[in-house]
Design a protein around this ligand. Structure first.
Ligand code: APR
Length: 236
């Protein structure tokens, strides 16, 4: 396993906890999104088939809400890491907001898609989208009224898994930030990293479901634990 000073390639995984202090609800904390909405009603392909209006309204509200939010000190710190780290870096996010990018990070992979794209199921083209989808607008590319949110629903395959596993194979350090470890395949990355001999670190408000799998865990709000970790790794 690499010592801190031998680290060259880093994979960071982020979850809803990194955006919590920007005012975006997490999913599984008290009062989180999945207490307010049933997953089966709004976040599955079956739900979209059964009641497209309900699903589109839910995502329209989320898309509008995230555009009112701003990156916090944890997003800023990760953007600084992206700018200053000369080794390999992949920031894999489960978040569908764009706060990593708005903070300035570039090496970001959205494994669960993004609120700010609409995906046309007729022509398979993704278009940047900031407005609503409830009125079933035409696809800017093919004109069909077949747009859906470009987010990965339960039962669908997350995006860019081959690239993510390739980065994990090359990694010296895997850092998981603000994710409960409840949803696979992301929840399994720590065990993949362990199998590959990659050093692992968890930064989370509290011990996550996968805490025991990490070599090291640091607990606290992301805005307080992420910036000092970035300082440390850039100074090593
Ligand atoms: N700082 C750091 N961590 C925090 C903070 C904070 N300020 N606030 C909450 N957390 C932690 C919680 O303790 C919890 O462990 O963030 C985690 C959030 O967990 P979830 O709500 O389950 O979110 P996430 O892990 O991103 O969910 C994974 O589930 O429903 C799906 O597709 C959705 O991408 C999402 C996936």
């Amino acid at each position: 396993m690499a010592a801190m000073t031998d680290i060259r390639n880093i994979v960071v995984l982020t979850g809803a906890g990194v955006s919590a202090e920007s005012g975006i609800d997490t999913f599984r904390d008290a009062g989180g999104l999945w207490e307010q909405h049933r997953v089966e009603d709004v976040a599955t392909p079956e739900a979209f088939e059964r009641d497209p209006e309900l699903v589109l309204r839910f995502y329209d509200m989320r898309r509008e809400a995230i555009q009112q939010k701003h990156p916090n000190a944890a997003h800023e710190a990760l953007a600084r890491l992206d700018r200053e780290w000369e080794g390999g870096l992949m920031i894999v996010t489960q978040n569908v907001d764009d706060l990593h990018e708005r903070a300035g990070a570039r090496r970001v992979v959205h494994m669960h898609g993004t609120h700010l794209n609409a995906w046309c199921t007729a022509c398979d083209v993704r278009s940047p989208w900031t407005g609503t989808l409830i009125e079933r607008p035409a696809c800017p590319d093919c004109g069909e009224r077949s747009l859906r949110p470009d987010v990965v629903w339960f039962g669908e395959m997350p995006y860019r898994m081959d690239e993510i596993f390739a980065a994990l194979r090359e990694a010296d350090l895997f850092v998981s930030i603000g994710t409960s470890g409840a949803v696979y395949p992301a929840a399994g990355f720590v065990r993949n990293a362990n199998d590959l001999g990659v050093r692992t670190l968890e930064l989370n408000l509290e011990p996550s479901q996968g805490s025991a799998w990490f070599d090291e865990s640091r607990h606290g709000p992301a805005t307080q634990v992420v910036p000092p970790w970035v300082d440390e790794i850039l100074a090593a």
